[in-house]
Ligand binder design. Sequence first.
Ligand SMILES: Cc1cc2nc3c(=O)[nH]c(=O)nc-3n(C[C@H](O)[C@H](O)[C@H](O)COP(=O)(O)OP(=O)(O)OC[C@H]3O[C@@H](n4cnc5c(N)ncnc54)[C@H](O)[C@@H]3O)c2cc1C
Length: 390
Amino acid sequence: MLIGQRVLVAGGGVAGYAVARALALRGASVELAEAGAADAAAAAGGGLQITPNGMRVLDALGLGEAARDQGLASQAVVLRDGLLGGVITRLDLGPHRAEGLEYRLFHRADLVALLAEGAREAGVKIRTGAPVEVLSDGAEARARVAGDEVSTPLLLCADGFHSSGRPVLNGPADPFFTGQVAWRAVIPADRAVPSEVQAYLGPGQHLITYPLRGGDLRNIVAVEDRRNWAAEGWNHVDAPQNLRDAFSGFCPEVRALLEQVESPRLWGLFRHEIAARWHGQGLALLGDAAHPTLPFMAQGANMALEDAWVLADCLDAMPQPEALAAYQALRLPRVRRAIAAANANARNYHLRGFARYGAHKVLKIGGWLAPGAALKRFDWLYRHDVTKAQ
Ligand SMILES: Cc1cc2nc3c(=O)[nH]c(=O)nc-3n(C[C@H](O)[C@H](O)[C@H](O)COP(=O)(O)OP(=O)(O)OC[C@H]3O[C@@H](n4cnc5c(N)ncnc54)[C@H](O)[C@@H]3O)c2cc1C
């Protein structure tokens, strides 16, 4: 179905480059327009956890080996009491790894660069510094690319949570502030630390940290409950002392990490409804453009990879109108479930008082009695293989 099919992809992030490569490998003639400058991805710091469901897509795209060179294998997720530092429970990923289920820790810039190179190598024509403004869907979708009007038989919007295509299909979005803000920072690290995700949970706050780039860097995301916030975005620079003050009640290990933070980014977490329409005629949304998620299940990039694969697969298997409808129908239930799990973690990580004490006790005892059970609850997520399941 795709040989010679002209496709324009808006947005060069995880979803955009992944779908561009998937389509080009199947014979489509793909152009991708990214609003940012060529080196913007490299500047966009921060870590991404890619879980087995996302790794399978990287493998199916033929990028698994390159990804393994870049992403650190994660050995465990350790939940800790943020105030005292002690371990609540340790989710050992070893048994999953033995079955070939891999959890990897990436610098976002490395993952995007790897996907971009994969797209280029498959023949995708990439333009940077080229924002896309979607005008309409139709037999030919219309858009302005860097100010020039173009029409195309298929326009795929992978342009993130401020998507230009989403309002064309769904009207204006109405995201709401969740009452939580997050700081994100990357600090130099000691290669000797174990390759584990550490989650420090406190009343109304939590902090997640893990190593990146062979252990030379450490990613930090710190979240706290707060009443008011104005703008949504990932790139508001904050004073490091504000972050240190906010977590001054946390254990010494956390305070020592925060001492090294130099220029944290602060942003307000907003909830967006999943878009009701992911496609019109000749126009479709994928990744955050269709369904932004809170970061508490580490699934936004994984869902973006899955979307890219399924969308390309559907377009390859059937005519475009049916393909776009099948894509949304296949993806919606799974995306909904992953987002609901992230929303639940937003509450569970920040429990206070007796609820917090009780929940930590249950996790601790559960970890002793049935060490694999906590991870097993997420078999539906991590064991799913979109490259086989359609
Ligand atoms: C703190 C934090 C931690 C996270 N941790 C994880 C994690 O561990 N694992 C995980 O899976 N996910 C994680 N996520 C979520 C993940 O980063 C996103 O869900 C994922 O990047 C979405 O991919 P995307 O391609 O849809 O959008 P993006 O990666 O945001 O890419 C969109 C691209 O489109 C470009 N663009 C925007 N507008 C236009 C336009 N009009 N025209 C052209 N280009 C445009 C942007 O410049 C950008 O390059 C995290 C998010 C945050 C905030």
